[in-house]
Design a protein around this ligand. Structure first.
Ligand code: VGL
Ligand code: ZN
Length: 211
């Protein structure tokens, strides 16, 4: 069972959004092509879905500015601009994303006291989202992962998938992903490489599916 996980392909992380990733919108056609022709049996997506008063927002910390380090529930936390607030356009999937091809959407980041970069669990590593159980129940043997942002939600999702789906082959799809900072992307690539995650591209996946 081959599955694709599309991480946070939302307006908020695309140009014009509240936490824009450079060229974030350029991965949308890649995602659509992979959903159509990538040979996947199952397609899942995560959706950053914050309450308006989420504790990761700088706006909730008097005197703090976005992209400063702060604390949340006693732990170091990057403070973000308000983004992906539930039911707003910023939290919606990019309008060009062919969402009718997605079988399951995992929302995350609803708990105001803890951030959730990974699609699989909160940053404090206690609460699981349910995505790993869903994928295990489907018998997923290979999971390709990409999306926004490489240095946060994609990286943590990849590393958690490796741990929470033992026996499954986990791959990072580079051209399906863009990051917030070049340094962050470089560090994320090194971390994934050190964990033994193979890097693949949509071209390789499409060629594989045609064979
Ligand atoms: C993300 C920062 C805050 C992401 C989500 O999707 O990478 N980054 N919330
Ligand atoms: Zn967020």
């Amino acid at each position: 069972m081959k599955a694709l996980l599309l991480v946070d392909l939302q307006n908020g992380f695309c140009p014009g959004g509240h936490l824009p990733v450079a060229e974030g919108d350029q991965v949308i056609p890649v995602a659509n092509r992979l959903m159509r022709e990538g040979g996947y049996d199952l397609i899942v997506a995560s959706q950053d879905w914050h309450p308006a008063n989420h504790g990761s927002f700088a706006s909730q910390h008097p005197g703090a500015r976005p992209f400063e380090m702060g604390t949340l529930s006693g732990k170091p936390q990057m403070l973000w601009p308000d983004h992906c607030v539930q039911e707003t356009a910023d939290a919606a999937f990019h309008p060009a994303l062919e969402t009718d091809r997605i079988h399951f959407v995992q929302k995350k980041g609803q708990d105001i006291g803890v951030d959730s970069y990974s699609a699989f669990r909160d940053n404090d590593r206690t609460a699981l989202t349910g995505l790993a159980d869903y994928l295990k129940a489907k018998g997923v043997t290979r999971l390709d992962i990409g999306g926004l942002a490489t240095d946060y939600c994609v990286k943590f999702s990849v590393l958690d998938a490796l741990e929470l789906l033992p026996g499954a082959e986990i791959r990072f799809v580079s051209d399906l992903s863009r990051g917030i900072t070049p340094e962050g992307v470089e560090a994320a690539l090194a971390e994934m490489k050190a964990a033994g995650i193979p890097l693949t591209t949509s071209a390789d996946i499409l060629a594989e599916a045609r064979r």
